[in-house]
Design a protein around this ligand. Sequence first.
Ligand code: ADP
Length: 593
Amino acid sequence: MRILVFNAGSSSLKFGVFDLAPGDTLAQARQIFKGSFDRFGPEGCDFSMGGQRGRAPHQSLDAAIRAVPEALGGVDGITAIGHRIAHGGDAFAGPSQITPEIRAQIDALTPLAPLHNPANLAALDLACEIWPELPQWAVFDTSFHLTNPARATTYAVPAAWREAGLRRYGFHGTSHKYVAQRAAEELRQELRALRVLSLHLGNGASACAVAFGKSIDSSMGMTPLEGLVMGTRSGDVDPGLFGYLERQLGLSIAEIEATLYRESGLKGLTGSSDMRDVEARAAEGDAEAQLAIHIYAYRARKYIGAYAAAMGGLDALVFTGGIGENSPSMRRRICDGLEFMGLKLDHDRNLAVDLTGRAAPQIQAYGARVNVLVTETAEQLMIAHEVAARIGGQDKSAMRVPVAVSARHVHLCARAVEALFGKGYALTPDKPLRQKGHWAARERVTLHGPKGEIANVAILGPLRARTQVEISRTDSFALGIDAPVRQSGMLEGTPHIRLIGPAGQFDTDGLIIASRHIHMNSADARDWGLTDGDMVDVSLDHTGRGLTFTGVLVRVADNAHTEMHIDTDEANAAGITCDVEGELCTDLLHAHV
Ligand code: ADP
């Protein structure tokens, strides 16, 4: 299918047409048209179209959009239109087809993105007028970050403010999602097995921690003002400056806010928001420009440290955006001094970066533990990909899957069995489980944490190479240990716990809250058009406290018994008291993550 994508800002319009099928990988999508209009003014605007550049008479975004049908010329067969929308609040976890209600909901979010959402909506309204017969979809910059945990999204402010909507959202989600996925493709690994830090350094700039396929934190906050130093935006500042500037300089809140958005960042430090100018001036000895570069790199480096800590390690760092893609010296400044964490550049590779043909070259030094990549961001392609996946998903009929509740349990390695039950001891299989060859043992263990103990915890066999302890969030508070949400087997950097058995104790890492998942046999997966690693949503609307679980990982195996596993906290949240079935929402929104 062919998807036309619009990315409209206040002073530019980028658009493209992509040819792809639902379920295609990013690499399989073909861009068949690319265009942009920017720098609108009374004399017209600049354009770039199919490799040609020049001047066009359009004085506004409105006029430019009306010119798109002619610009597209012979490109026909468009199935749908996708629009980039900056702010989706917490209402939009994925792409949404535009209806009057959805449009009104987006409009209502304007106070959260006063510069961006109105321009996005203006493009959307015009596209609806020009192509009334085509479905129009909104794809939100914030959606990817809706997986961020509350600890990352909550500001430490009074409840009344939080209830009024104050929280961190994060932006550039489409870009971060694309580059993280592109990096995983390049590394020939599953994104869900990697801890990736994406650094989008353009006019706007943000860092995003993508841990095992999900965004867990991002440097932009409630608005796109927080975080890194940007072209004209300040990034992190002390909110105390509002009172100080009001008292000392007599500035109003609106004036301070406008200055933080439009007159700060590189522009505030040097007078120019363009990194090329700043770098050129710094090289000529301009002290202001040199300081700006130091601040820019230092802030980015601090976020690398912070997010490596947040993810419990780092497997790949990806640079993107105009500066990330084009400035080898800024990449080097940001990375220098991080050898202590296994991050080291190869300076020749860093200088030789060539991004033609959607390349994603690796520039880490030989033997460095952290991979460093550079790639162009392809937000429009990602938007087309998400819209195509949604349209493909709409055709499928409902699929139902049994839901089982996993109470806390442990999987033991041979060493743990000996330490807990004595040398040469073999566990006694008691009850068979539904997954073939798996059983619950008659023996039990006690979990010991700094806050408390949990006795009588089930042991599931057969033995594994590494001990893994699966608890609920509630259990983690009872024990006093902060367990991360992880897929089974992804144990690197997980916290330690003490297990106690009749013959002794065993201290081990491997304490996790299992991320919700579906075991699926290959035949069902084939029938339902799913592959190992897909993420789906599962709705339990018919249960006591109906809810939809998002981001459910599909794990396909030939002999698996198809069944979804959730933990006791999740079951309680959904009010599940007996065996139930969930309905798979077949948008492949998170497919191939
Ligand atoms: P946007 O966020 O508006 O899409 P871009 O991703 O195009 O912006 O990034 C624009 C930034 O990239 C500008 O600061 C520009 O100076 C910088 N940039 C582009 N090319 C280079 C280069 N060769 N060296 C340093 N900075 C560059």
